[in-house]
Design a protein around this ligand. Structure first.
Ligand SMILES: NC(=O)C1=CN([C@@H]2O[C@H](COP(=O)(O)OP(=O)(O)OC[C@H]3O[C@@H](n4cnc5c(N)ncnc54)[C@H](OP(=O)(O)O)[C@@H]3O)[C@@H](O)[C@H]2O)[C@H](O)CC1
Ligand SMILES: [K+]
Length: 510
């Protein structure tokens, strides 16, 4: 699914009005009625005090439409117009008139602090002050109203965007932004809903299809995508009946050290559970029995050293090599990676200490084969590319890095971002239970396995990240977030792949 900018959404709005031969107020009615339906579905006519805060633009217009429907369905509603400007939009005005026709309790005008209502923790707040039209930070008494709403801890539902949140930049440090519990957003997700610095403002997210012009949405260009089931199903390669293990690649996983053999064991388990034909490990001698006992399906080659890697088998032929987990960053391990980069022509996946070694030896970067996949968490990324000012700056730095070194970056997080040159793929499977030791080692195994099975590295990364998250979702259904450990994610990979084909399963929540 494409992620669109505010400009593209406004354009979609205009084109839909033209092509569908409707007025903009009819489009507003359609969009806001869908918001009402979602609220009504959940509240089921409960006698909860609902306070709706409307701006004076079209986001406020949406709020007025929602208010009208709620009142007509017998809800206990108080409407406030947050009068931050005199430039009321036409569609706001026409819905203002329509609202006045159906109730004697006309909207209360807020022109300053003296007009602020009491907000109770038990109220249900609807935030329809600003949407995608926000073009500067919220200031003065409007900012104080936002803070009052946040401090009330009342359940807050934002229409389209939490007010104060820009769709294309990070709010300043003390900016006034609604901290929504739930956001119902129109047509396409916005990038800020997935960035670590801003995702919490949106709370639980639901995208509502308001029927904007399909042709425009299909044709509009975007380099940012939310990975959904349709995307990954299109990437998935079915196995042929007439095939054997040689058709599914030979993955070589190099890493581990004394006390950290579990990491490579997890990576190799995940690689095998994701369908690699053959899996070999290159490890220090001390890991031999651990691996042969823990994972009899894998083959083992040992380094001359007992406790850490020091070398790499120059003549080993693998379809893909994964390097780094548990490897340490000692001089001998640096030498092992250097040897690998000098001798191997296989596609590479680099994780963990492999990335730390590269960060300390930047000359290795130019030795990486084109389209190597690097899988940093934010700490490893910082060592690799330096500090960033905010999430948007970080994305720019990663895109520049990806272009300069011709590599794919899988930036791990609550929403993992896969960045390939200018393109960004945002993952939306997975859950907080996956924030556990070894989860990243499993992900490297999945991506490695898929590359070995002849997936393009970018497809392997996007698909791998998605099914890794799905596997975590399956594991947590059974075990709860706290109960999930990395081995569970590895073990459930096959179920996750099967799950892709269960058509009754909806996309995971954002
Ligand atoms: N395409 C769709 O998906 C649909 C969207 N709808 C809804 O419309 C809003 C966008 O409405 P818009 O009127 O463009 O903008 P806002 O309501 O977000 O803002 C109104 C005006 O507020 C001014 N502004 C901006 N920032 C500030 C600020 N910090 N302080 C005070 N005022 C501010 C700005 O006007 P200026 O001339 O003063 O700059 C805005 O224009 C969208 O989010 C949806 O909710 C449709 O209803 C359905 C289709
Ligand atoms: K809003």
């Amino acid at each position: 699914m494409k992620i669109l900018s505010a400009e593209q959404l406004s354009e979609a709005d205009k084109i839909s009005i033209e092509k569908q031969k409707i007025t903009s107020v009819e489009l507003m009615e359609r969009a806001a009625t869908l918001v009402f339906n979602e609220i009504h579905k959940r509240l089921q006519a409960a006698p909860i005090p609902i306070k709706i805060f409307c701006g004076i633009g079209n986001n406020g217009g949406d709020g007025l439409v929602v208010a009208r429907h709620l009142i007509q369905h017998g809800y206990q509603v108080t409407v406030f117009v947050v009068n931050y400007s005199d430039k009321r939009s036409d569609d706001f005005l026409s819905n203002y008139e329509r609202l006045k026709e159906i109730t004697n309790d006309w909207p209360h005008l807020i022109k300053g602090e003296a007009d602020f209502p009491m907000i109770d923790t038990g109220d249900f707040l609807i935030d329809a002050m600003f949407g995608i039209g926000l073009n500067r930070p919220i200031e003065g008494w409007v900012a104080r109203l936002v803070n009052l709403m946040n401090e009330s801890r009342a359940f807050t539902l934002s229409v389209d965007m939490p007010s104060g949140l820009f769709s294309d930049k990070t709010p300043g440090k003390d900016a006034a932004v609604i901290k929504a519990d739930y956001t119902l957003s129109f047509q396409a997700p916005k990038l800020v809903f997935f960035l670590p610095g801003t995702m919490d403002y949106a709370g639980d997210l639901q995208i509502i299809d308001i029927g904007l012009d399909r042709e425009f949405l299909a044709g509009v260009s975007s380099k940012i995508f939310l990975t959904d089931r349709d995307t990954v199903l299109a990437l998935y390669k079915h196995r042929k009946k007439n095939s054997h293990k040689g058709d599914y690649g030979h993955a070589l996983i190099a890493g581990g050290s004394y006390g950290k053999m579990g990491s490579v064991l997890l990576t190799a388990t995940a690689a095998l559970r994701t369908g690699t034909g053959l899996c070999s490990l290159y490890i220090p001698k001390c890991g031999y029995e651990i691996i042969q006992t823990g994972l009899p399906e894998a083959m083992v080659i040992t380094d001359p050293e007992n406790e850490l890697l020091s070398d790499f088998p120059a003549d080993f032929e693998a379809d893909v090599v994964c390097f780094g987990m548990g490897a340490g960053t000692q001089e001998k391990s640096v030498n092992a990676l250097k040897k690998l980069l000098e001798s191997s022509n296989s596609p590479l996946v680099i994780d963990a200490d492999g990335l730390n070694i590269i960060s300390a030896n930047k000359e290795f970067l130019s030795m990486l084969p084109e389209n190597s996949v690097l899988t940093p968490h934010p700490g490893e990324l910082k060592r690799l590319i330096g500090e960033w000012k905010d999430d948007f700056h970080k994305l720019q730095l990663v895109k520049d890095f990806s272009k300069k070194y011709k590599v794919i970056i899988v930036l791990k997080g609550a929403h993992t971002f896969t960045i390939n040159r200018d393109e960004i793929f945002i993952n939306n499977s997975g859950n907080p239970g996956m924030a556990t030791a070894g989860s990243g080692d499993v992900l490297s195994g999945v991506i490695t396995s898929l590359i070995g099975q002849a997936y393009e590295p970018i497809s392997a990364a996007v698909l791998g990240v998605f099914i890794h998250g799905l596997s975590g979702d399956i594991a947590s259904e059974d075990l709860g977030y706290e109960g999930v450990i990395a081995g569970d994610i590895a073990r459930n990979m096959g179920r996750a792949i099967k799950e892709l084909f269960r058509s009754e399963i909806k996309d995971p929540e954002y």
